[in-house]
Design a protein around this ligand. Structure first.
Ligand code: SF4
Length: 198
């Protein structure tokens, strides 16, 4: 993997601010010290769950997350927040972010909506280039997420790769590539030098 200093430079050239922490606890402390009295929406993310970030941030903020109260109404409410926090299915060393969504709530909020979007990115999400990022999204993250969500898809049943299914349960419906920070939004990448999320 490319050195973090170079990866951070590449993201900063694309308009992102960046942070690097050794552990998820340090990243969690950083966000709880940074965010107070805010409305915060969370995207679906195993990374955020592993960090215990909802519990930490809700002490001093209004946090909305469909992992806690499932449903489309809660997703819509989260998509009205000033701050959005999510992970990514993959990022590239050259400074792009790739996500695949089923409902599109995360793709929407990382494109337009919040004043500030934070991405928390474990080292397992870093790929060499867009092709590798896309491969990771389709053949690593999506099958594992389908399995976690008990989706009736071939990837969840076999757990090995994407079958480009036409299942009604297909979780891959929208792909986004963030090449530069969207105009009018602030974005920060919080790298954590640990394996985090799927
Ligand atoms: S397209 Fe279907 S088979 Fe492929 S990863 Fe998505 S849900 Fe699984």
């Amino acid at each position: 993997m490319m050195e973090y200093s170079l990866i951070r430079q590449n993201f900063e050239k694309h308009g992102f601010s960046t942070q690097l922490f050794s552990t998820k606890e340090e990243a969690c402390n950083y966000l709880t010290n940074t965010l107070e009295h805010q409305t915060i929406g969370f995207g679906g993310s195993v990374t955020l769950k592993e960090m215990g970030l909802f519990e930490a941030l809700q002490q001093k903020n209004a946090v909305v997350w469909h992992n806690k109260v499932p449903g489309m109404a809660v997703r819509r409410l989260a998509n009205c927040a000033n701050i959005y926090i999510t992970s990514a299915n993959a990022v590239t060393e050259s400074g792009e972010i790739v996500n695949i969504d089923g409902t599109g709530n995360r793709v929407a909020m990382t494109s337009f909506g919040p004043e500030t979007c934070y991405y928390i990115v474990g080292k397992n999400k870093i790929t060499s280039n867009i092709s590798d990022a896309y491969y990771r999204c389709k053949n690593v993250a999506a099958p594992q997420n389908a399995k976690r969500l008990n989706a009736k898809t071939p990837c969840a049943a076999k757990g090995d790769k994407c079958y480009d299914c036409n299942s009604p349960n297909r979780i891959c419906r929208i792909i986004s590539v963030i090449e530069r920070v969207p105009l009018g939004m602030k974005c920060e990448i919080i790298f954590v030098d640990q394996e985090l999320g799927l």
